[in-house]
Design a protein around this ligand. Structure first.
Ligand SMILES: C[S@@+](CC[C@H](N)C(=O)[O-])C[C@H]1O[C@@H](n2cnc3c(N)ncnc32)[C@H](O)[C@@H]1O
Length: 242
């Protein structure tokens, strides 16, 4: 099935609405489950992404699909003047805003309701854009990436973190077992919406990865694009410039 047809609840509602409802449902447990399911590895992955932006010294950063703001918080280490996080799930951002307040980062980082595909910031607004585990959930991937390209300043960099699908047969078997059985089980026990954790595997499997995703980045206008595999191909960092 094509990736944009893989939706959380297989209902007739647009994917965007289903995704927002799903993340509203799981927002209270999202951070806990992220740490449980990835054994904390997701933090190191975001650090690697942020290190890719260090040389660019971005002063304004947009964190797309910010969720509970973990990527935006990691970006604060680059000492920018402003970070904006956007998301379609108000529930996820409510959790994020509480974290920002506790960390004293609520002046530097603001979270706003916004859809990557339709957000109307002026052209060339941000020095850097990051997206963590967000692009897989876009309703129209190409439209979303083209819009982000429009918003990025010339010379600016986009860094995207996303689950990937390992190529090594042994790793692939372990990965498939983990995502097909363990993830949904933990999701069922800890989350208010177990469907979210079976959608995860279905959406990862259907999503273009590695060079296929780089081709889409190139097709939507990005240059010098590439990817780095993480943790034996379990995830990947994609990057490109405008
Ligand atoms: C798996 S969470 C990732 C959150 C965070 N970036 C992280 O690294 O943990 C995915 C987020 O993407 C958001 N999202 C999905 N489609 C979106 C879109 N088109 N525009 C903005 N946010 C979107 C969801 O609401 C959800 O909060």
């Amino acid at each position: 099935m094509k990736h944009d047809k893989v939706t959380p609840y297989n209902s007739s509602a647009p994917k965007k609405e289903q995704v927002a409802t799903m993340f509203d449902n799981i927002s209270g447990r999202y951070d806990l489950l992220n740490s449980l399911l990835s054994f904390g590895t997701h933090k190191g992955w975001r650090k690697k992404c942020v290190n890719l932006l260090r040389d660019n010294k971005p002063s304004t950063i947009l964190d797309v699909a910010t969720g509970t703001a973990d990527f935006a918080i990691e970006c604060a280490k680059l000492s920018p003047k402003k970070i904006v996080g956007i998301d379609i799930s108000e529930g996820m951002m409510q959790v994020g805003r509480q974290k920002l307040q506790k960390l004293g980062l609520d002046k530097l980082i603001t979270l706003e309701q916004g859809n990557a595909e339709t957000i109307t910031y002026p052209d060339n607004s941000f020095d850097a854009i990051v997206v963590g585990f967000g692009v897989r959930n876009f309703q129209n991937l190409e439209k979303g990436l083209a819009n982000l390209h429009r918003i990025l300043k010339p010379g600016g960099k986009i860094v995207i973190l996303e689950f990937s699908y390992p190529t090594n047969t042994v790793v692939k078997a372990g990965y498939s077992f983990y995502f097909s059985y363990i993830t949904p089980l933990i999701g069922k026990i800890f989350s208010k919406d177990p469907r979210a954790y079976s959608y995860l595997m279905e959406s990862v499997k259907a999503f273009p990865n590695n060079n296929n995703f780089v081709a889409i980045l190139n097709g939507t206008g990005f240059k010098n694009s590439g990817f780095k595999s993480l943790s034996m191909g379990v995830a990947a960092i994609y990057y490109g410039t405008k």
